[in-house]
Design a protein around this ligand. Structure first.
Ligand code: UGA
Length: 435
């Protein structure tokens, strides 16, 4: 099928390359010429396992083209909208890019085309955009097909998602849209992926409610961590025990520094803002607590660091392991790890930081940290070591060797990812989260 993808950020670049991988003929458009040039050269602008390989394959096969010229979408039957919806100043989603993408796309649409929204938008956006598309091109149809990909697993989640959700209008246009999307995802559907056909508003809500639920699950366990810390209980053992109940499940019950990244934090705020606009703000009041619990984890680690440095942070050397918001990513957007490292610098500490992938992205927004190129260099002569992102490289560090490098053997395990007994046996004072 001839497909266009508007927006080549995280979602769009992965989606475009994945569509080519599925055998489609893809034209990918972005307003940023630097990004387009890099992608056209097969150079992924961010770290995502598997993306460089499928990008190279797509380019070699001639099934993908990158351009800044929106006119190139003419002739595609399905046009995916994959632009960003960042957090605006009030917490509500900023729809500037979505609106601009639709305005830029409409002049190039033909009857029988489908505009397929993938971006995370406030409920009601799709209906508004559908009206403006059909007003300009009555034979074109706008539908919503939310994305559930996780960074670090983005390619796998796009090609083999755990479900496909189509939000379509009722009637013949909706039926035709379902048929077109079934053709796009033929391989995925043949693998047995469940597919749910719903209305536009439900499709938009599925996405934000899924992220709100995941954020709530993480904050729930972090709230238990706060209580466990007071009573001397172990939140990891607690999570294991409640996680055996299939109704609860063990996934997303890892206590630690909480959630960050480009999705969960902004999505729960935008969801609350939208609910307030709709007059049902009360329904999502609990998300304010989810957000507050989450942000308290960062403050807690800063306080713990101060305590472990006996109140005198100024002039102390702190070795920070991990800056990305989660492992297998170079993304530092709203990263708890980077936030904590920056706060310690503000308090006067000398922070040596190392992340296997995120040193570069972190240095762009937090130049005040000292970036080093190995875990050893980060912990050398440290008065305190903080493990803030659970990369495998840190899980498998040899504590005896680290003990020989640091000035004082004290470690905060911000992600409960270290072998506590091994680190204690190597002479470390180990402080975990909620244990
Ligand atoms: C999230 C959702 O998981 C995806 O389904 C969704 O498609 C995506 O947002 C999006 O809206 O685009 P992602 O931001 O890649 O994906 O990251 P997650 O794997 O959800 O992790 C989010 C944060 O929660 C990370 O900082 C992670 O460290 C933290 N986390 C996760 C915990 O603190 N504890 C856990 O048990 C799990």
């Amino acid at each position: 099928m001839k497909i266009s993808v508007i927006g080549c950020g995280y979602l769009g670049a992965v989606h475009a390359a994945s569509m080519a991988k599925l055998g489609h003929d893809v034209v990918a458009v972005d307003v940023d010429p630097v990004k387009i040039e890099r992608l056209a050269a097969g150079d992924a602008p961010f770290f995502e396992p598997g993306l460089p390989e499928i990008l190279a394959e797509a380019i070699a096969s001639g099934r993908i083209r990158f351009t800044t010229d929106m006119a190139a979408v003419a002739g595609s039957r399905v046009h995916f909208l994959a632009v960003g919806t960042p957090q605006g100043p009030t917490g509500a989603a900023d729809l500037t890019y979505v609106d601009a993408a639709v305005a830029g796309l409409v002049p190039h649409l033909s009857d029988g085309d489908f505009v397929v929204g993938k971006s995370t938008v406030p409920v009601g956006t799709a209906a508004r955009l559908a009206a403006s598309v059909s007003e300009s091109v009555p034979g074109a149809t706008l539908v919503w097909n939310p994305e559930f990909l996780r960074e670090g697993f983005a390619v796998q989640d796009t090609i083999s998602p755990d479900r496909l959700v189509y939000g379509v209008p009722s009637g013949a246009a909706g039926d035709a849209a379902v048929a077109a999307l079934d053709e796009v995802y033929a391989t995925t559907l043949a693998d047995g992926t469940p597919r749910l056909v719903v209305d536009l508003a439900t499709a938009e809500l599925v996405k934000v409610s899924a992220n709100a639920f995941l954020a709530t699950k993480i904050s729930f366990i972090n709230a238990m961590a706060e209580i466990a810390e007071v009573v001397g209980a172990d939140v990891t053992a607690l999570a294991d025990a409640i996680g055996h109940d299939e109704r609860i499940g063990r996934k997303f019950l890892n206590a630690g520094l909480g959630f960050g990244g480009g999705c969960l934090p902004k999505d729960i705020r935008a969801f609350q803002a939208r609910a307030t606009e709709l007059g049902v703000g009360e329904s999502l009041d609990f998300l304010a607590d989810v957000d507050a619990i989450n942000l308290r984890r960062r403050a807690h680690v800063v306080t713990l660091a101060q305590e472990l440095l006996e109140g005198a942070v100024a002039g102390k050397r702190v070795g920070v392991l991990g800056l990305a918001f989660k492992p297998n990513s170079d993304d530092v957007r709203d990263s708890p790890a980077l936030d904590i490292a920056a706060r310690l610098v503000e308090l006067g500490a000398t922070v040596s930081a190392y992340d296997p992938q995120a040193n570069g992205t972190a240095a762009r927004i937090r130049p005040e940290l000292t970036y080093v190129d190995s875990a050893d260099a980060a912990v050398r002569d440290a008065d305190l070591v903080l493990v803030l992102t659970e990369w495998n490289e840190f899980r498998t560090l040899d504590p005896a060797r680290v003990a020989g490098l640091v000035a004082r053997p004290v470690v905060v395990d911000g992600r409960n990812c270290l072998d506590r007994d091994a680190w204690t046996a190597a002479g470390f004072t180990v402080r975990g989260m909620g244990r």
